[in-house]
Ligand binder design. Sequence first.
Ligand SMILES: *[C@@H]1O[C@H](CO)[C@@H](O)[C@H](O)[C@H]1NC(C)=O
Ligand SMILES: *[C@@H]1O[C@H](CO)[C@@H](O)[C@H](O)[C@H]1NC(C)=O
Length: 339
Amino acid sequence: MKEMASLSSIVVLLFFFNIHFIQGYYYDKGTVQTITKCPGYYCGRYQVPGDNETSLWSLCGPCPRGSRVNSTWACTECTSSPTAYDWMYLCFMVVIGLLAQWYSIDTMLPNSQFSWKTFGTHFSALIETCLSACITLLIHEPLGSLQLRSCTVKHLSDWYTILHNPNPNYEEVLHCAQEAVYPLYSIVFVHYGLSVFMLFFIRPWANKALQNRGHVASRPIYAALYLYPILALIHGIMAGLIYYAFPSIIILLSLMSHAFHFASRTDQSWRALLYETVSCIHNLVVVIGHWVLHGFGLVALTLWLQPELLAVILTLVPLPTFLYIVLSRFTDPGKFHTD
Ligand SMILES: *[C@@H]1O[C@H](CO)[C@@H](O)[C@H](O)[C@H]1NC(C)=O
Ligand SMILES: *[C@@H]1O[C@H](CO)[C@@H](O)[C@H](O)[C@H]1NC(C)=O
């Protein structure tokens, strides 16, 4: 009984002790003379002019555009340049837009055979995309050069800062959402917007020169007007996931589209597959384009390997084509229904 009493008194004591010592998360809410900590991952302070020519540190909040909070809660300007992987990611976003356009042109124009008209439309889309990508780079820091200044991507959450607004002590939410991966997120929107602008600017002239009229001229334009907003929406929501997964995405998509391209041929014997691939320029371009995509995806996926290993891996690029051509006679559905 006595032990019980002492135990409960200890518990009660501990309880009060705790109540007494549980303190809220503390941080300086106003401006400060010397920098102090901020809650959350993305809240920081930047220098603001105080009175008497002193400079103060601002309240905890989002860093100005083009800067990011460092480990001591100061907003520091983004001065690193994008890594090879970052560049490949940007290329991927550009190439996806171009491929979506090319695909829509291919499916919408009546003749699937090679013709100068379809080639001209493809070429026009290529020029528009290249121009828009160059202008996008030129109007970003450093201005007027094809280089970029950026912040390094450290975590997946850098892409989704809006999900990381801290709410210290459940008092008020600090809205510290900002573009922590400046400018890798916004630059894609700029590029897509400019691409639509270029579409209106260049395509009518291309159509005039190629004498495309009616549906042939208008359908690819309408398709692009749907495609770019859809791509922008997907980028807006999934940018972080795409950033980490794009090598696998590009390999998967190009393998699927490669198989689809071969499967849509009427004659599936290996001689016909090989002959049609080599004799028809359209097919040849499609197959080589897929090889380029495979190579791009493989390089992005294995960027951390040594260059010699990379070269070995690149020899795998034409493998899917040869496998399809060699194995197609074993996969003909007719073989399973001979009885
Ligand atoms: C500003 O400086 C003047 C003289 O240098 C001083 O009298 C005044 O108290 C200072 N004000 C603040 C807010 O520090
Ligand atoms: C963070 O930025 C501030 C201001 O630019 C600088 O004084 C400080 O050394 C930086 N901290 C780290 C860990 O780099």
